[in-house]
Write a protein that binds this ligand. Structure first.
Ligand code: ATP
Ligand code: MN
Ligand code: MN
Length: 307
């Protein structure tokens, strides 16, 4: 940590116990962001990112030579992995390499040391692998879709989630789209959550076929938004809130208030401007994320239901 002037004792300054080798290694060349710069970013956002990455199976995008080098999307532990990274065993996996999880800031720093530039958690925790506590609806705008239309799509997802008794929060992806995220009380299993997400996406595509698609076929995406519900499957992941992206611009996935959407872009928040944003916030737009969790309700029969 570099500082000018007399050192102010920060009340809970996190002590780094993980050694960073090659702290000056450049990860984002255009912004000049180094491994140490990334460590500083994550130390600052630690209290905010922790609920989204601690105690969950993680898939990790490792980029040992930075964003312009080779990238490895890893779902399993690797040789020589840090002791600060927890190895966790999927109770349903047969004979696979263990998966990885982190429990504390040292774990996050170990990820930085291992050149992890993107953190992609499961929507369930290692305490309850089979009952998700998060739904992520991923909006992927095709070529030529205006930002206003992406916002409208996110609002539509929000409305449908709300109608189903769930709370909906929104974050930038740090890439091209938005993620609408609903906290769940872990109760329904993965197949039920996937079915719910698929039905939501399919209904949007049926009601407004010119605006939305719910199947990945690339040809159908031009001018439309893919409502990618497939994040909501056992073993699938979505990028974590506050995770960096291994893309030019050093964008991060940022939780925002619904009202902010028309003032920003999906890659608006970055490693560089996030500290100032967080300092300026009077209220965390996702403050109520976990308290707002509700169980996924079994769908009421539409017609002819016995009373
Ligand atoms: P964008 O807004 O640009 O779409 P995104 O994070 O939503 O950003 P997607 O391509 O829509 O990107 O989603 C990809 C998701 O799939 C990632 O969030 C990640 O969790 C998962 N994933 C699966 N395999 C890979 C891979 N090989 N590399 C990167 N992500 C992968
Ligand atoms: Mn996406
Ligand atoms: Mn997607």
């Amino acid at each position: 940590v570099r500082e000018n002037g007399p050192a102010k004792p920060a009340p809970q300054a996190p002590r780094r116990r993980v050694t960073l080798t090659h702290p000056d290694r450049i990860y984002w060349p255009d912004e000049g962001i180094t491994k140490e710069g990334l460590a500083d970013y994550y130390a600052q956002v630690w209290p905010r990112i922790a609920p989204f990455i601690v105690g969950r199976p993680l898939a990790l995008l490792r980029c040992p030579s930075g964003i312009d080098g080779q990238k490895f999307f890893q779902k399993h532990a690797w040789k020589g992995i840090s002791k600060h990274i927890a190895l966790v065993k999927d109770p349903k996996a047969k004979g696979e390499e263990p998966m990885v999880a982190i429990n504390d800031l040292d774990g996050l720093m170990a990820l930085v040391q291992s050149a992890v530039l993107e953190i992609h958690p499961w929507g369930s925790t290692v305490a309850d692998w089979d009952r998700p506590d998060t739904i992520t609806m991923d909006l992927d705008p095709g070529e030529g879709v205006a930002w206003d239309a992406v916002i409208a799509g996110a609002q539509e997802v929000r409305q449908r989630l709300t109608d189903a008794g769930l709370a909906a929060f929104v974050k930038t992806s740090g890439g091209k789209g938005l993620h609408v995220v609903a906290p769940l009380v872990p109760k329904a299993d993965w197949p039920a959550v996937k079915t719910f997400a698929k039905e939501l996406a399919d209904a949007m595509a049926v009601d407004a076929p010119g605006a939305y698609v719910s199947t990945i076929a690339k040809a159908k995406r031009k001018g439309r938004i893919l409502i990618d519900y497939l994040r909501n499957q056992r073993g699938m992941t979505a990028v974590a809130a506050y995770s960096t992206r291994a893309r030019p611009g050093a964008a991060v996935s940022m939780p925002v208030a619904w009202e902010e959407l028309d003032q920003i872009a999906p890659d608006y928040f970055t490693v560089i401007n996030t500290p100032a944003r967080l300092d300026a916030l009077t209220r965390d737009p996702w403050e109520d994320f976990r308290p707002a969790a509700a169980p996924l309700q079994a769908k009421p029969a539409a017609k002819g239901r016995k009373r």
